[in-house]
Design a protein around this ligand. Structure first.
Ligand code: SF4
Ligand code: SF4
Length: 269
């Protein structure tokens, strides 16, 4: 028997943001129409609903999503988390514009490796750095349009429809975690609408959250290399693996003096 599965996060070609949203809406309407039963569309062919269906319950503050990064497990030269994030969000589908050096300076970066050096001992620590998903995000405070916002479950992100590209949030972010899209967007994915002139950053793989998956692309990729330096989970659940690990090992926030109560914690710094 043939089964047709509705696609999730499929490439949509060179769609404009409006087209990407329309595509997503069509996909969601298609999903809703298929809920509850598999439809027989032709003899021997059953149209099934999404294998990973969108969560329909409202987002609440019962969970707070975050990451624990164990820097001593992060391998020098490894870029698996960066490549996985780029692939997950279609950043690696972007066609470079302008000179190679200009492209390198201006391309969107959601996660990067940062080297820290202890001035006294010379010890070098390298860590992946992304949006820290602050409980009190400075980017949200300064955004004049409400585009920069924090969800009830702690994820800080940008509403592309409201962003006017003023870049106040980029200046306010102490972690330099946000990027401005300078170029025409190409090769977009339906789950990750992007648009020239908007700001974007790590969203803790929010589409995975909303389809009930319990990981992020960077954590999965790091685990696949065998390093297991990134752990994703619910910071509010005392029994979650991330909370258990945070009880076991010392960890801290970057720039904890700012009192932002970040959702991303680091061990070994
Ligand atoms: S660039 Fe966009 S998200 Fe950032 S402060 Fe301006 S309007 Fe808000
Ligand atoms: S959590 Fe998702 S969006 Fe954030 S850095 Fe990791 S892969 Fe990228």
């Amino acid at each position: 028997m043939h089964r047709l599965h509705a696609p999730h996060n499929q490439p949509s070609g060179d769609e404009s943001p409006a087209e990407a949203v329309a595509t997503t809406r069509r996909a969601l309407i298609g999903t809703a129409a298929g809920l509850g039963a598999a439809a027989l569309v032709a003899p021997g062919v059953v149209l099934h609903t999404l294998s990973a269906q969108a969560e329909t319950a409202p987002i609440t503050n019962k969970s707070r999503w975050g990451l624990l990064i164990e820097t001593d497990k992060c391998a020098e030269g490894c870029r698996a988390c960066i490549e996985a994030c780029d692939h997950e969000h279609g950043l690696d589908r972007q066609v470079p514009e302008g000179s190679p050096s200009k492209w390198e300076q201006q391309k969107a970066v959601w996660i990067r490796k940062v080297k820290l050096q202890d001035n006294q001992t010379g010890r070098i620590t390298q860590l992946p750095l992304m949006c820290q998903h602050c409980e009190h995000p400075p980017c949200v405070d300064v955004c004049p349009t409400g585009a920069s916002f924090k969800r009830a479950d702690g994820i800080v992100m940008v509403d592309r429809h409201l962003c006017i590209g003023c870049r106040y949030c980029m200046m306010a972010c102490p972690y330099k975690a946000r990027s401005f899209i300078h170029h025409n967007t190409t090769g977009q994915l339906t789950a990750v609408p992007r648009g020239k002139g908007c700001v974007e950053s790590c969203n803790l793989c929010v589409h995975r959250r909303d389809y009930g998956q319990d990981s992020t692309a960077c954590a999965d990729a790091c685990a696949a290399t065998g390093h297991h330096a990134i752990l994703f989970g619910d910071l509010k659940d005392p029994e979650s693996p991330i909370r258990r690990r945070m009880r076991e090992i010392q960890n801290r926030q970057i720039r904890e003096d700012l009192g932002l109560n970040t959702g991303v914690r680091y061990a070994g710094i």
